[in-house]
Design a protein around this ligand. Structure first.
Ligand code: ZN
Length: 377
């Protein structure tokens, strides 16, 4: 993930040559328009710190590229001609996003620059693994590309497992990948940039970029096939030394707990992963459901308390199948985390559900492309 946030890195270097400044200036203006909505050229100069001459040149280029457009005039307080407003052109580029986080079904979408899903498709994986799974994914990406009627910005993929900063899936148990160069395979097949990330990491980027996030430090816990966390610190994704930060699924939270597929007992994943929790809740009445949801929430809270204690977080987001994200699970997790952390940390803690619903991972896959290609975060 080292390539994320490249615009900031070039600005920190200082003394940028014109060749370095060009993508950085484009990213600055695109980000300002993305975050703050339509602006005049004068507003953009103020927001970005660029000179009016540079803003004029760069916005001219972005208009010619179809990335931004003129959307009307600013209401004028005084005399004189009202300024023209510029905005990101939502359909100036399209992105193909793939979500591999479900055990059986691959979700695919075409997403525009405003984060709107404009086309959607899904494909059964039929238990395929290894090269077969890769071939199915490449085929699905090709089919999606044929449905794109705008210039294609790139492909973003979110998958369970450990993914390095070159888009190589080092391990992904559910499809039995080992060192699978998925980004390279997609780029070779479709001739556009491709980015691959862990599903919780992708989802936390989408969550941080969405209106709901109130701080630059966000932890997202994804209850999927496994259980993983995505961590944004200071607005940047934190992936750790081996791209495995947030792999909390096999932290033991219950010494007497149920056996886990890793051979131990009471791993977080054995208690709260989506398929196992769904299985346990199946056919229960509401009172019985409450018992299981609170049990799962308490054990999730045990794992979260350590993370909150280490990172001093105030916001944790829960992501997963919406039918499993019950408020009783959330409330039990919050209560347990608070009880196990220092009062001045725990009392400010908020645990909330993702504002992006079932599309959080797809939007996260698109966010990978937006960040890396346009500097939009
Ligand atoms: Zn385990």
């Amino acid at each position: 993930m080292a390539r994320l946030g490249t615009a900031d890195q070039s600005s920190a270097r200082g003394g940028a040559t014109p060749a370095d400044a060009r993508p950085r200036n484009r990213a600055l203006l695109l980000q300002a328009l993305h975050a703050d909505g339509p602006q005049s050229r004068a507003d953009l100069a103020r927001l970005s710190g660029l000179t009016p001459t540079t803003v004029s040149a760069v916005t001219g280029e972005l208009i010619a590229d179809g990335l931004i457009g003129e959307v009307g005039r600013k209401a004028s307080a005084g005399a004189g001609k009202p300024a023209t407003l510029l905005a990101v052109e939502p359909d100036g580029r399209h992105i193909i996003a793939l979500d591999l986080s479900d055990d059986d079904v691959i979700q695919a979408a075409v997403i525009n620059l405003a984060g709107k899903v404009v086309e959607r498709r899904s494909q059964q994986r039929n238990g395929e693994t290894g090269k077969q799974a890769t071939a199915t994914i490449v085929r699905l990406a090709r089919a999606m590309a044929r449905a794109v009627h705008r210039p294609l910005l790139g492909i973003g993929v979110a998958t369970p497992g450990i993914v390095d900063d070159h888009g190589v899936v080092r391990t992904a148990a559910h499809v039995q990948w080992q060192s699978e160069p998925l980004a390279t395979r997609l780029t070779n097949a479709l001739h556009v940039p491709a980015y691959v990330a862990n599903d919780a990491n992708a989802a936390v980027l989408a969550e941080h970029g969405a209106a709901g996030a109130t701080t630059d430090n966000v932890l997202l816990v994804r209850l999927g096939v496994g259980v993983g966390a995505g961590i944004v610190i200071g607005g940047e994704l934190f992936v750790g030394d081996h791209f495995a930060a947030g792999e909390i699924g096999h932290v033991v939270v219950d010494d007497e707990g149920v056996p886990c597929k890793c051979g131990r007992r009471g791993c977080l994943e054995a208690v709260v992963s989506a398929p196992l929790l769904a299985q346990r809740l199946h056919g229960l009445d509401d009172a019985e459901r409450a018992v299981h949801l609170e049990h799962a929430g308490r054990h999730l809270g045990i794992a979260l308390a350590t993370l909150v204690g280490a990172l001093d977080l105030t916001e944790i987001v829960l992501s997963g199948p919406t039918d499993l994200l019950d408020d009783r699970l959330r409330a039990a997790a919050l209560e347990t985390t608070r009880r196990r952390t220092l009062p001045n940390v725990g009392e400010h803690l908020v645990i909330r559900f993702s504002s992006l619903g079932d599309d959080g991972v797809l939007l996260g896959a698109a966010a990978l492309v937006l960040r890396n290609e346009l500097g939009i975060v």
